[in-house]
Write a protein that binds this ligand. Structure first.
Ligand code: SF4
Length: 381
């Protein structure tokens, strides 16, 4: 069995005002204690697997995994090699935030086996960074990028956000140009979404979050595609752009429903060896997670065996996220014609309205429909 490995590190220096990820700014749990629990969980899970596996990718997400020391990251990488057969040419990504990196730390991560950095830049404007509640400045983001290069990282992704409060279109275009000028191999460019339960949701409900109008958001998205494409990046997923050969292997596997095992508080997994799969989520609450693992129990909280209908629906709405689209032939061969019927009717309707294109057995979003992707995906749920 081949499976990606995801490791969640749920601690941050400070909680950003828009963030609804499973992360906390303060905890009585130290990094060593949490990493010990991660190692314990990995051992428990490995014993449940029917046979040996190999892992083409390892992804440290969060939270802020760059708050870990390089030796702790090294211990987790070694455990992934020993327990899950991390491949010698595996993509090993670490999410890092500016303000948490030093030259020694970056060299340490590189020496431990991290070969791809995903840097949470978000904006190159200090005013916007402060609005988001980020802990770092634009200068620190640029410095972190350059330090990472000097430490030997030749595969760096940056995250940028648009449709921010009081953000203008020229500011967004300048941010993209700055990312291009830095020479990032990969850019993830997301629109801000205001999530329930966040300080931003409160501000929005009291009319204190001056978001740009929707038509501006659309123009920012168009600018993203225009500027990054002109600079040689390929849009391989709705919000993700990469220089040739630099698409995220780990995230691409999510969208094509390949197996991944998630470790840590609130981590998600898909164990898919039969075309259907079992999805589960770990306990998100830190105490519940630690108690389960220290008691020798898998910290799984919500699990679901997927039906053929679930697997087919997921194949459509995840596969269409990728700009290369989805090949219907292997789907039909795997699941048969019957479970696909409803979706193929939908495909025909979307094709007729110009939102989907078909080339042979492959379907994909029409270029002008990428911005309407959520509307298209909702038809396959
Ligand atoms: S750094 Fe990331 S995970 Fe942490 S609070 Fe900010 S957005 Fe959330």
């Amino acid at each position: 069995m081949r499976t990606g490995i995801y490791i969640h590190y749920p601690f941050c220096l400070k909680k950003c005002l828009y963030c609804d990820f499973n992360s906390a700014a303060s905890s009585t749990v130290g990094p060593e204690q949490y990493v010990s629990a991660l190692l314990g969980e990995m051992e428990l899970r490995q014993r449940l697997l029917p046979g040996p596996c190999s892992a083409p990718t390892l992804y440290f997400g969060g939270g802020t995994p760059s708050l870990m020391s390089p030796p702790l990251v090294g211990r987790l990488i070694e455990a992934t090699v020993r327990l899950f057969g991390l491949e010698s040419d595996a993509e090993v990504t670490l999410e890092a935030n500016p303000g948490t990196l030093t030259p020694d730390k970056l060299s340490g991560f590189r020496a431990a086996g991290v070969n791809r950095l995903s840097l949470g830049v978000q904006s190159f404007e200090d005013r916007l960074l402060a609005r988001l509640g980020r802990v770092h400045t634009a200068r620190e983001a640029v410095d972190s990028f350059r330090l990472a290069r000097r430490a030997g990282f030749d595969n760096i992704s940056i995250d940028l956000m648009h449709s921010l409060p009081e953000q203008s279109l020229p500011e967004w275009r300048a941010a993209l140009q700055e990312g291009i000028a830095l020479g990032a191999e990969h850019v993830s460019a997301y629109a801000l979404t205001v999530e329930d339960g966040t300080p931003f949701a409160l501000l929005q409900s009291s009319g204190e979050l001056p978001l740009p109008p929707e038509e501006w958001a659309a123009r920012m998205f168009e600018s993203t595609c225009e500027l990054l494409t002109a600079a040689g990046y390929r849009q391989y997923e709705i919000s993700n752009f990469a220089l040739p050969g630099r698409a995220s292997r780990h995230n691409s596997a999510y969208w094509s429903r390949q197996s991944y095992l998630g470790f840590g508080a609130g981590a998600h997994s898909l164990y898919n060896t039969d075309g259907l799969g079992h999805r589960w989520k770990n306990a998100g609450e830190l105490d519940a997670y630690l108690t389960a693992v220290s008691g020798g129990r898998i910290p799984e909280e919500e699990g679901e065996e997927l039906s053929v209908e679930d697997a087919v629906s997921e194949s459509f709405f995840l596969g269409l996220r990728m700009l290369d689209g989805l090949d219907l032939a292997p789907l039909e061969a795997r699941y048969g014609e019957k479970p696909l019927e409803r979706h193929l009717d939908e495909v025909a309707r979307l094709e007729k309205s110009g939102l989907l294109l078909r080339e042979g057995s492959r379907i994909r979003l029409a270029p002008h429909a990428v911005i309407l992707a959520n509307t298209v995906f909702s038809r396959f749920l």
